[in-house]
Design a protein around this ligand. Structure first.
Ligand code: HEC
Length: 220
């Protein structure tokens, strides 16, 4: 018998915010099939959960709405369900709360940069990457490309566009759209990490800990 995550893990939202999607958990019996009527208890330090206890529905699932706590960083939602033969099956799901700096960085990147820098389209935003002529932009989570660039060069390319650095003029300048503070926040937010071999971009939280924006996990 086991509880498994169906959806809703690794969501990112501002501190104190409710996650956009519920967390959906499914209980499977010893035979591997979905188990209706199983009791599931939910807990998580700093999280407000609704419900905190429920029976799985006819498809073996239950849905929990999650509100993040007031501190930036990682949160862990734990779902416990008693096993038929005794003992407890435990499932752990991670969620992330962004503080002010990371939030501005993420919003800027999503609103202004994602159309060209993110190869994936979403219902709200169509990726324009396929329409660009090379050299193509890299995902803004690609540490191998961004880590070697200095903060000054990052500010320059964001404020004045690609041609300021002898790069493709297809990257627009944002000096008139973003304030200098927003550009700085973006740069500070996407901190470089000397400690991760994968060099994913990290955001430092208000409490000074780091979150990997690619893996959406806090660094231990
Ligand atoms: C209209 C498409 C477009 C948009 C929108 C855009 N960029 Fe770019 N960006 C590019 C292209 C094309 C390059 C590649 C330039 C080159 O290598 O010559 C690039 C390169 C960059 C680079 C250098 C690293 C890399 O990926 O090669 C950074 C940093 C960058 N952009 C930041 C941003 C930020 C931050 C935003 C949003 C505020 C943004 N860009 C929005 C097209 C875009």
């Amino acid at each position: 018998m086991a509880a498994v995550e169906v959806s809703g893990g690794k969501q990112v939202a501002g501190v104190g915010a409710k996650l956009a999607d519920p967390v959906v958990v499914q209980v499977n019996g010893a035979d591997g099939n979905a188990l209706p009527g199983a009791l599931v208890s939910l807990r998580g330090d700093g999280l407000a959960l609704n419900p905190t206890q429920a029976l799985s529905d006819s498809s073996g699932q239950l849905s929990v709405s999650v509100q993040l706590g007031g501190n930036a960083g990682g949160y862990e939602l734990v779902a416990d369900t008693p096993k038929q033969g005794g003992g407890i099956a435990t499932l752990s799901i991670r969620e992330i709360a962004l503080g002010y700096r990371e939030k501005v960085g993420k919003e800027v990147s999503y609103k202004y940069c994602g159309a060209c820098h993110d190869p994936e389209s979403t219902p709200e935003r169509v990726s324009n990457l396929d329409n660009l002529t090379p050299p193509l932009p890299h995902p803004l989570t690609d540490g191998n490309t961004l880590n070697p660039m200095s903060d000054a060069d990052l500010v320059k390319i964001i404020a004045d566009g690609g041609s300021a650095l002898g790069k493709s003029p297809q990257t627009p300048g944002y000096r008139s759209t973003l304030t200098q503070a927003q550009i700085k926040v973006w740069c500070n937010t996407y901190e470089r990490s000397p400690i991760r071999p994968t060099k994913h971009l990290l955001a430092s939280t208000d409490s000074g800990r780091y979150i990997c924006l690619a893996c959406q996990r806090p660094l231990e």
